[in-house]
Design a protein around this ligand. Sequence first.
Ligand SMILES: Nc1nc2c(c(=O)[nH]1)N[C@H]1C(S)=C(S)[C@@H](COP(=O)(O)OP(=O)(O)OC[C@H]3O[C@@H](n4cnc5c(=O)[nH]c(N)nc54)[C@H](O)[C@@H]3O)O[C@H]1N2
Ligand SMILES: Nc1nc2c(c(=O)[nH]1)N[C@H]1C(S)=C(S)[C@@H](COP(=O)(O)OP(=O)(O)OC[C@H]3O[C@@H](n4cnc5c(=O)[nH]c(N)nc54)[C@H](O)[C@@H]3O)O[C@H]1N2
Ligand code: SF4
Ligand SMILES: [Mo]
Length: 666
Amino acid sequence: MAETHSSVCPLDCPDTCSLSVTVEDGRITKVDGSQRNPLTDGFICAKVRRYPERVYSDLRILHPLRRTGTKGEGRFERISWEEAIVTITTRLQDILREHGGEAILPYHYGGSNGVLSEGALDARFFHRLGACELEKTICAAPTGTVYRAMYGSMGGVPFPDYRLARAVMLWGVNPSATSIHLVPHIHAARRAGAFVAVIDPRRTPLARSANLHLQLLPGTDVVLALSLVHEFMRRGWADKRFLNEHCNGVDDLAETASTYPPHLAAQICNIDAADILRLAEAYAHASPAVIRCGWGIERNRNGGAAARAILSLPAVAGKFGVRGGGMTMSLSGVAPINKAALARPDLRRGEARRVNMSQIGRALTDTEAPAIRALFVYNANPIAMAPQQNLLLQGLQREDLFTVVHEQVMTDTARFADIVLPATTCFEQEDIKKAYGHYYLQHFRPVISACGEAISNVELFTRLSQAFGFTETELRPTTDELTANALAGSSERLGGADAETLRSQGIVAYHFQGSEDLVQFGNAFPTTASGRVELAAPELGPFAYQPAPASLFPLTLISPASARTINSTFAEFLLREPRLLMHPDDAGTRGLSDGQAIRVFNELGEVHVPLHVSSDIRPGVVSLPKGMWQAASANGQSVTALVPDHVTDIGAGACFNDARVEVAAH
Ligand SMILES: Nc1nc2c(c(=O)[nH]1)N[C@H]1C(S)=C(S)[C@@H](COP(=O)(O)OP(=O)(O)OC[C@H]3O[C@@H](n4cnc5c(=O)[nH]c(N)nc54)[C@H](O)[C@@H]3O)O[C@H]1N2
Ligand SMILES: Nc1nc2c(c(=O)[nH]1)N[C@H]1C(S)=C(S)[C@@H](COP(=O)(O)OP(=O)(O)OC[C@H]3O[C@@H](n4cnc5c(=O)[nH]c(N)nc54)[C@H](O)[C@@H]3O)O[C@H]1N2
Ligand code: SF4
Ligand SMILES: [Mo]
C-alpha cells in the first residue's frame, strides 16, 4: 500500500525544499516537492527526484566493512558493528596514549546534513576525545568571514522580493543550477522591466537573457566592484546620508576605490570600460536594486577582498531600506540555531591542534608537523571535493594512517578506509534542517527503516562515546534533548515556537521584529559591535588585489556547480559524462576540436576527458564541473587533481577557481 510522508531535502542547496515521499511496502518509490514550504512551492530539482536510486544503489554501504585489499583497491569484508566499534576504539586509544589527540583528525563538512548530524554529538565526542579541530573552510569561509565582519548576522533580501527589484546584479552565482527557486523571481523582475546584469566568466543560462553580461577574468571581481564604488563617489551617486548614519570606514574604502578608475579596472578584468560605466549607471539609478552574491567570487586568492568590495555596493549606493533592495549572501548565519549548545566546546579539556580542511593533503603528508595517525571522515568526500587530489591520495595510502569513513555509498574516499561504517540517509533518520536561501526551519522524521545496518551520526557517536567509557550525560542525549539544545534561546526569533511546535508542524518561520518579512534597514540591521556597516573592518586587514603570479600554464581553470549533482552526491550516476569547456579561440590556437579526447594538466596532475568547444566561456578560461568522481575521467584523476592548495586572502578558504592549466590533445 502506498503512503506519502512529509520530508525535507537535506542537501547543500540554498533552497531546502519540503518533500513528499511515497513509500510502498516499506520502500521509497517516489520523491517529489510538497507545498509545506511556501518558498519552494511544490517543485524540486531533477536530481533529488532520483534520490531513491541512491538509497537503493549497488554502491550503498549496508554493513560495517574491514579492508582486505590494499588502500584504495576497494576490497572489504563484512564485520559486525561490535567488531567495528572495538577495532576503532582500540586503535584510537592506542594512538591517544602514544601520540595524543593531535594525531587524530576528524574530517567532515556537513553541507548536506541537518543540525543534529553535523556539529552536534560528533563535535561533543571529538571535543571530549581531545582530537584536532578541523577548520571548516572548504566553502563560504571568505564570504562568511567578510559578511560577519561587515554586517554581523543581518539577514539578506528574501528571494520572492527579487521580483520587486528594478535592477538585479547576479554576481558569481548561477541560480539556474544552484538555487532554482530564485530563478522565477528574476524572470518576473526582468519581465517588469528590471535591468539584469550577470558577472561571470561563463555565459550562464541567466546571462543569456540579461541586459548586460560582464565576462571578467576569474579573481578580478574586487577590482570591478571597487571601480563601481569609485564611480559612485566621483559622480555624486554615493548616498552620503546613509554612509554617515550607518557606516564606518567610508574614507578607507573611498581611498582604495580611487586607485581603480574604470579604464584601469577594465584592463585588469579584461572587459570593456563602457560596460562598467553602464553597470554603474543602471545600478545607481534603480530602486529597489538588489545584488545576489554567489560563491563563484570567493574561490580564488582575492576571494575575501572581492566579497568586501561587492558587499559594500548597496551601502555606498544607498540601496537599503526598501523592500527588494540590498543584497543576499548566505542566510545560514541568521538561523536561530544554538550551535554551542549542540557542539559543547566546553567538553574539550586542553588546547586543540587546528587543521585547515582545504589543505588536507598537506596535513596528511607533512613530515615537519606531528603526524596525523587517524583520520575519521563523515559527511564529506574529500577525494572528489578537496584541493590537491594527488597529494591527498598519497596521504591516504600511508600504511601508518588508520582511516575510518562513515558513509552512505562507497565513495572514492570510502575506498581508502580501513573501516567503513554504513550511514543512514535523510529518509532513515530524524533531523532539523536550516536553510541558507530562506527563513524557515524544518524538521523531518524517518520515512523508511534503516537500510541494512546503517545508523545515523548521532547513533554512531553515542556508541563510540559509550565504548570509550565517557560518562558525561551530554554524550548520550536523547534526540528530544538534542532538538531542545538546537533551539535553546531561540523562541522569540521563531515567533514563540519551540521544539514541540517544530516537531508537530514540521516547519517554522523566523521572525524579524515580530514580522515574517525581512527588509534590510527596515527591520533588520547590522549586528556588528558598532551596530553599523563596517566597510573597512580592521580585522580583515588592508584591501588589496593580488594579481596571480606568472605561470607556465596559461589558462585559468574554474570548476563550478553542475545542475545534475550536488557537490559529489549523485555524481556516481554521471560516470564519463564531464567535458572540459573551452572557448573556440583557445581551441583554435591549440588545433583542438569539439568532442576530441584531451588532457588538461598542470604541475599537480592531469585529467583526461573529452573537449567541449563553446563560446559559453570566455577566452583564457576553461571549466570542468565540480564533484566528479575519479572514474569520471579516463585516467582516474578528477578536477581537484588540478586544484592547488594555496588559500584565500581572508578566511583561509580553498581556491578552486584559481588553478592554472594547459590543454593538449590526448
Ligand atoms: N545543482 C547544484 N546546486 C548546488 C550545488 C551543486 O553542486 N549543484 N552546490 C551547492 C553549494 S555547496 C554551493 S556553495 C552553492 C554555490 O552556488 P553558486 O555560487 O551559484 O555556484 P558556483 O558554481 O560555485 O559559482 C557560480 C558562478 O561563479 C562563476 N565564477 C567562477 N569564478 C568566478 C570569479 O572569479 N568571478 C565571478 N564573478 N564568477 C566566477 C562560475 O562560472 C559560476 O557560474 O550551490 C549549491 N547548490
Ligand atoms: N573543484 C571544486 N571542488 C569543490 C568546490 C568547487 O567549487 N570546485 N566547491 C566546494 C564546495 S561549495 C563544497 S560545499 C564542498 C563540499 O564538500 P563535501 O561536503 O566533502 O562534498 P559532498 O559531495 O557533499 O560530500 C558529502 C558526503 O557526505 C555523505 N553523507 C550525507 N549524509 C550523511 C550522514 O548523515 N552521515 C554520514 N556519515 N555521511 C553522510 C554523502 O553521501 C556524501 O558522500 O566541496 C568543495 N569542492
Ligand atoms: S537540491 Fe535544492 S532544489 Fe533540489 S530538492 Fe534539494 S533543496 Fe530543492
Ligand atoms: Mo558549498
